[in-house]
Ligand binder design. Structure first.
Ligand code: NDP
Ligand code: 2IT
Length: 443
């Protein structure tokens, strides 16, 4: 079978799942030469098996609003691949969530987790529940109901969920609490837990910090550094907040943040009390980024994305397909030399082509944002040992893992003097999982 025949088959089988087809196409295009030259992998039909989740769980989540109205959402967990460890990956609560989006995220997670150097398989889950505007009590009732079904499918050695869009410490607390009550067990079944109940230092920071560490590693290959550079960031949630903090620590200047309603542009940099304001706005008051513009008298661009603002470094940290081909061209034209993806698949295939074609430093999400799940792996280790490492110890391990991921990308992605991080991440992530599947036979 040729690559095109294979991709055609995947598209035909999943025709209602464009994001999943997009993620599979990117991986398969990268790894095909390796796959095609290995008759054993082909005979074992590793690719046919790797694009099929081991298990998909879909369930009803009924809950009640504060006003007494009955609501029904759809819950999911995709247990994609356990060849190298328990299923591991976040839960997303967002109205756009559907089977195809979670399958794309679960598929990416398989390769990402493989790159982390830790023994974690890939999974993802979530719901089309929209937490926006809901009270804490409503969110609690939803999370409890969600866990009343999910509990039977997960476990500290089976499947370990965490956060993603719309799921942070609050939601994990409610879900973990219900799991503990039903199972009568205190275990590391979730990561991203609160510090007082089994969480790890640095886990909240890890994805944002990791994406900046990865950018730093990429820049070093061209004798460049973050200090003195202007950085454009999208989103204003967990990943964006700590990416901003780390850029500031390293002497760069972050000039934008966004949410789904628009972006703010602060040419003086989002730091100090301005960063504190964002933390309070987004994590305590759960308000909109437009309030930043009012508070500090800067420009707000409703309904727009920040990619038209000139920068040397771009960190997309909001959601999938948030940089299209035109926006990628604009970034490059304005002098952007480095893109490190905090979000999962934020760049469309046309955008990726622009970045690779212009040979800029382009770190795809499955490498650049792997610091989050890596630190989740470190949280699992601490839970198993029943002890907690210091902030410095976890941060040092995170930093070391990001360097190791970068090295794998260089090893598998070198094309002359250019490093194709897309190819490097996909081939590196694939080989470990494929070899593990070969060792375990036809299951
Ligand atoms: P949060 O929920 O904390 O923040 C998400 C941010 O992105 C918000 O500012 C949100 O704006 C914005 N956003 C979400 N959906 C859209 C959309 N459709 N269009 C425009 N803006 C949108 O999530 P995280 O920061 O945790 O996650 C951000 C990205 O990072 C996701 O792609 C996630 O998969 C990825 N990621 C997260 C990891 C983690 O550890 N949390 C690990 C690795 C990757 P609004 O409030 O208006 O919705
Ligand atoms: O996309 C991701 O890697 C995450 N949302 C984090 C997953 C995790 O298990 O920490």
């Amino acid at each position: 079978m040729t690559m095109h025949e294979f991709l055609h088959q995947v598209s035909a089988k999943n025709s209602d799942q464009p994001e999943f087809i997009q993620a599979v196409t990117e991986v398969v295009e990268s790894i095909w030469p390796v796959y095609d030259s290995n008759p054993q992998l082909k005979k074992a039909r590793i690719l046919d098996r790797i694009v099929e989740p081991e298990r998909v769980i879909i369930f009803r989540v009924p809950w009640m609003t504060d006003a007494g109205e009955v609501m029904v959402n759809r819950g999911f967990r995709i247990e994609f691949n356990s060849a190298i460890g328990p299923y591991k990956g976040g839960l997303r609560f967002h109205p756009s969530v559907n089977l195809g989006i979670l399958k794309f995220l679960g598929f990416e997670q398989v390769f990402k987790n493989s790159l982390t150097t830790l023994p974690m398989g890939g999974g993802k889950g979530g719901s089309d529940f929209n937490p926006r505007g809901r009270s804490d009590e409503e969110v609690m009732r939803f999370c409890h109901s969600y866990m009343l079904e999910l509990f039977r499918h997960i476990g500290p050695n089976t499947d370990v969920p965490a956060g993603d869009i719309g799921v942070g410490k609050r939601e994990i607390g409610f879900m973990y609490g219900m799991y503990k009550k039903i199972k009568n067990e205190v275990t590391g079944v979730f990561t991203g837990k609160g510090l007082d109940w089994g969480g790890s230092l640095i886990r909240p920071e890890a994805t944002g910090y990791g994406a900046v560490y990865f950018a730093d590693e990429m820049l070093k290959t061209r004798a460049q550094e973050i200090a003195g550079k202007t950085v454009v960031i999208s989103g204003s949630g967990n990943v964006s907040q700590y990416a901003t903090q780390k850029v500031n620590d390293l002497g760069g200047k972050v000039v934008t943040l966004s949410d789904s309603d628009g972006f703010i542009y602060d040419p003086d940099g989002i730091k100090g009390e301005k960063w504190d304001f964002v933390m309070d706005l987004k994590n305590v008051r759960r308000g909109r980024i437009s309030e930043y513009a009012k508070e500090f008298g800067v420009k707000y661009f409703p309904g727009e994305r920040p990619w038209g603002i000139p920068c040397q470094i771009a960190l997309p940290c909001a959601t999938q397909n948030e940089i299209n081909g035109e926006e990628a061209k604009t970034l490059v034209k304005n002098g952007c030399i480095c893109v490190s993806e905090g979000a999962n698949m934020p760049t469309t295939p046309e955008g990726v082509e622009v970045f690779l074609g212009n040979k800029i430093l382009y770190g795809p999400g499955k490498a650049a944002n792997a610091g989050g799940v890596s630190t989740s792996g470190l949280e699992m280790t601490q839970n198993s040992m029943r002890l907690s490492w210091t902030r410095d110890e976890v941060d040092a391990r995170l930093h070391q893992i990001m360097k190791a991921i970068h090295e794998q990308c260089v090893r598998h992605g070198k094309e002359g003097s250019f490093i194709n991080y897309v190819k490097g991440a996909n081939v590196g992530g694939f080989l470990k999982v494929a070899n593990a599947m070969m060792d375990q036979g036809l299951i």
